[in-house]
Design a protein around this ligand. Structure first.
Ligand code: BG6
Length: 515
C-alpha cells in the first residue's frame, strides 16, 4: 500500500465565499420537545453561534404540546445542549443562545396554537429586530407536515410581505410513494411557494457528499474519463451497523428502500452521474441532478425480480455484540416481510452512462459502517505485460469515502521493485483529517445556514423528490405482488445476503467488502 504524504499545511484553496452571518430571523421549531431538536437542531444552532454565523437579531421559538413556560423550555434546551453538543459548550455562547429561546405550547392541529405563535413572533420581531423573517422547521412526524403548513397559511404566517421571508424546512420521509409525495407537494404548495420550501436530505449536509462535485468539477483529470468509454461500473454503498433500535414500529412500515434509496442513495448517484452544471448555482446544479435521476432506466416487474434484492437481518453479532433478529425488535411484526437491506442494479439512459451498471446497496446491522462510492475503470486496452497473472492487473478504482474515515483513494498498478516485471495494485490515499482541521459537527449546520441565507442548492425541489419516487414505485409494486416470497435473509453483522452477490457477479464482479 502506498499512502500520499500530507504536505505540512501547504496552502489549500478555500472557497470561503459565504461566511457572512445569516439574515435576522426567528427559527421556529415544530416538534421542539423531540429528539431531532435536542440531538441535532440545537447543537447545530450552537455550532453556528460559536462560528459567529447566527445573526445578531435571532430567536428560537419552540412549539410543542406540553404547557410549559419559556424558562422551563430554556432549561430543557440547555440540558440538551450540554448532553449533545458536538464539541462541549462554552458558557458565554450557551447562555447567549438559550437567552434567545422562547416557547409556544399547543396542538399542531389547533388554530389557536398559530394565534399564539403569531403573537409571539410579533413580540420577537419587535424586541429582537428579527424583521419578521421566519424559518419554520418541521421536526414533526410526517403526517403533520401538510397540516402544519396549512395552519401556518391560514394564520397568515406564510406570506412574505415587505421584503421579509418565510421559509419552511421539511424533514424526511417526504411521502411514502410517488402518489403520496405528489399529494404532499400539492398540499404544501397551496400555502407556500416553491421557493419557500426547503426539503431536507441530511446527506447533502455532509462535507464529503458536497465534495463529490468539487472532486469532479474542480479538477481537470477526472471529467474526461468520467463516462462509459472509461468506466466499467459504479458501486454505491451505504452500510450501517445500527439495527432498527427503538424505531421498530415506524421502520416496519417504511423499510430500507423507502428509508434510504429515493433520498440518500439517489443523491449520491445523482452527484456521481450528473452532467457538469453551467454554473455553481442552485437551479443549474439541481437541474443537472434531476436529469440524472430522470434518466434512470425504469424497472419492469421482471427487472425488479432479476436486478433488485431485498433482505431482512436474522440474529447475529455486530462488532462482537449479539443482535436479535429484526422480527424480534420492539414494534416489529413477528411475520414482518419489511426489508432491512436492499441492493439493486440500475442503468442510466444517457450518452454518458449507457450500459454502465450502477450497483446500489444499503442495509442495517451489517458488518461495518461504511458509505462510499467506488468507480471501477475499464482495463487498459492492451495486455502488454503478458506474463502477469491476470488477477494482478487490477482495473483502476477510485473510491470516494463518504463516512467514516472520510477521503478518497485511487487504486492503480505499480511495478514491484526488482529485475523482473511484476505488478502490484497500490493505492494513493487522501484523508480529510491529514489536510483539514474540521470541528465536529452535526451535519445540519450548513443546511440550516443555507436556508437562513436563502441558498436552496442543497435542498430538493418538488420535482426532485417526485423523480426519486418514480424510480422506486415499480420496485414497491413488484414486491407487493411477490407478497414476501422474494425476501432473503442475512445474519446481523455479515456482509449482507448471498443473493446480492449475484448482481455484480453476472458481469464478473463482486461487491467491495464492507468490513
Ligand atoms: C436516516 C434514516 O435518514 O439516515 C436512518 O432514516 C439512517 O434509518 C440514517 O440510519 C443514516 O444517516 P447517517 O448520517 O448516519 O449515515
Amino acid at each position: 500500500m502506498m499512502d500520499v504524504v500530507a504536505p505540512s499545511l501547504a496552502p489549500v484553496a478555500t472557497a470561503g465565499h459565504k461566511l457572512r452571518a445569516a439574515d435576522p430571523c426567528a427559527f421556529v421549531i415544530f416538534g421542539a420537545a423531540g429528539d431531532l431538536t435536542k440531538r441535532l437542531l440545537l447543537p447545530a444552532l450552537y455550532n453556528l453561534a460559536a462560528g459567529k454565523l447566527l445573526p445578531e437579531h435571532f430567536a428560537v421559538v419552540g412549539v410543542a404540546r406540553s404547557d410549559i413556560a419559556d424558562d422551563e423550555f430554556r432549561r430543557q434546551m440547555a440540558a440538551a445542549l450540554r448532553q449533545f453538543a458536538t464539541g462541549g459548550v462554552a458558557p458565554g455562547t450557551l447562555d447567549d443562545l438559550i437567552r434567545r429561546c422562547r416557547y409556544v405550547y399547543g396542538d399542531f392541529d389547533d388554530p389557536a396554537t398559530y394565534g399564539r405563535l403569531k403573537v409571539r413572533l410579533r413580540e420577537v420581531a419587535d424586541s429582537s429586530g428579527s424583521r419578521d423573517n421566519c424559518l419554520y422547521y418541521l421536526a414533526t412526524p410526517p403526517n403533520l407536515f401538510a397540516p402544519v403548513a396549512c395552519r401556518l397559511g391560514d394564520a397568515g404566517l406564510a406570506g412574505e410581505p415587505d421584503g421579509t421571508w418565510r421559509r419552511l424546512i421539511i424533514e424526511k420521509p417526504f411521502g411514502f410513494d410517488f402518489a403520496s409525495a405528489c399529494a404532499l407537494n400539492k398540499e404544501l404548495l397551496r400555502r407556500f411557494a416553491e421557493h419557500q420550501i426547503f426539503r431536507i436530505d441530511h446527506y447533502l449536509g455532509k462535507e464529503t457528499v458536497q465534495n463529490i462535485m468539487v472532486l469532479r468539477f474542480a479538477n481537470g483529470i477526472f471529467e474526461p474519463v468520467w463516462n462509459r468509454d472509461h468506466i466499467d461500473h459504479v458501486q454505491i454503498t451505504v452500510a450501517e451497523t445500527v439495527s432498527v433500535e427503538n424505531r421498530g414500529k415506524l421502520y416496519d412500515r417504511t423499510g430500507a428502500l423507502r428509508d434510504m434509496v429515493p433520498n440518500h442513495l439517489f443523491q449520491l448517484l445523482a452527484l456521481t452521474a450528473m452532467e457538469p452544471p453551467s454554473r455553481f448555482e442552485a437551479d443549474a446544479v439541481r437541474r443537472e441532478k434531476l436529469k440524472a435521476i430522470e434518466a434512470i432506466h425504469p424497472l419492469s416487474e421482471a427487472d425488479v425480480r432479476s436486478d433488485v434484492v431485498r433482505a431482512q437481518y436474522a440474529a447475529g453479532r455486530v462488532k462482537g455484540k449479539a443482535v436479535p433478529a429484526y422480527r424480534e425488535a420492539p414494534g416489529v411484526a413477528r411475520e414482518s416481510v419489511t426489508e432491512t437491506y436492499v441492493a439493486m442494479r440500475l442503468l442510466i439512459d444517457n450518452w454518458r452512462w449507457a450500459g454502465v451498471p450502477f450497483y446500489l446497496r444499503t442495509g442495517k446491522s451489517l458488518a461495518a459502517r461504511k458509505t462510499e462510492i467506488a468507480v471501477r475503470f475499464r482495463s487498459a486496452p492492451l495486455a502488454l505485460f503478458r506474463d502477469m497473472p491476470v488477477e494482478s492487473l487490477v482495473q483502476n478504482l477510485l473510491v470516494l469515502r463518504i463516512q467514516p474515515d472520510e477521503g478518497a483513494a485511487l487504486h492503480f498498478n505499480a511495478k514491484i521493485p526488482g529485475p523482473d516485471v511484476r505488478v502490484e495494485n497500490v493505492r494513493m490515499n487522501f484523508k480529510y483529517e491529514d489536510y483539514f482541521d474540521t470541528a465536529p459537527s452535526t451535519g445540519y449546520e450548513t443546511l440550516i445556514y443555507d436556508c437562513m441565507i436563502g441558498d436552496p442548492m442543497l435542498f430538493q425541489r418538488a420535482a426532485d423528490i417526485e423523480a426519486g419516487w418514480r424510480v422506486v414505485d415499480p420496485i414497491l409494486a413488484a414486491w407487493r405482488a411477490a407478497g414476501g416470497r422474494d425476501l432473503c435473509t442475512y445474519a446481523a453483522g455479515s456482509e449482507g445476503p448471498a443473493q446480492a452477490q449475484d448482481l455484480p457477479a453476472r458481469a464478473g464482479w463482486q461487491w467491495r467488502a464492507i468490513a
